[in-house]
Design a protein around this ligand. Sequence first.
Ligand code: BTN
Length: 254
Amino acid sequence: MNPSTINTLFTGKFLIQLKEISSTNTFLKDWLSNNKPIDGLVIMADKQSKGKGQSGNSWQAEAEKNLTFSVLFLTGFLKVTEQFLLSMATCLSVYELLCEKVKDKKIEIKWPNDVMIDRKKVCGILIENSIQGSTVLTSIIGIGLNVNQENFPGLTTASSMILNGYQGNVEETCIRLLEILEKNYLFLKSGQYEKIHQRYLQVLLGLNEELLFSDSLSSFKGSIQNVEKDGQLTIKTDDGTRKFYHKEVRFISL
Ligand code: BTN
């Protein structure tokens, strides 16, 4: 991929493209410990042998058919208490990309940061921040987007862009996503926190809809009322309104 074809100010202008690596997030973290940080640096891989997912899970993606990359942003403007807004801005970027490329399908963000088409997951995001005091110094944004993979053996809840009618290649998908991501990142940097928060809520899966959840103790019915700026999910249940951080609750029905 040629960086000059990406219509951004800085995102993807420094680009490291690898055939195979364990994980682009891990590579970028190691790179950072030996180099001066570059805002908007992108690490892409055709294949990850040890792709990392949320909660210590692995991320599986067929080589060359999907987008697996990490972007470094220098986020010194962002307070630790505001870090979930970067997650929201990233989800919204993938959401916008899918709205451009996939027609007549329901595209939604599933809390905290999955992007879904017709309630199946097509994108996972793993953000790893480095914190100093109350500030987020750097953020590694890892994105795994299923583009041209057609089979997901054993995974009934996964899907891809091609399975939803998209006909395009991984490279053009990546270029467009980097452009949208930079636009939303700059929007965040300019302090538009409220707008990002509202847009995220507008496209949130399950808002005001009765769904089945479970916490560490039991399953329960409830409807999502809000996601707060710090990322907490608010669910209205028969026992009152309850709030959860990531990993404290999971969706049972979608
Ligand atoms: C999830 O579990 O939903 C998050 C998946 C994140 C996967 C991406 S692929 C590129 C980057 N490198 C990794 O090792 N993980 C992220």
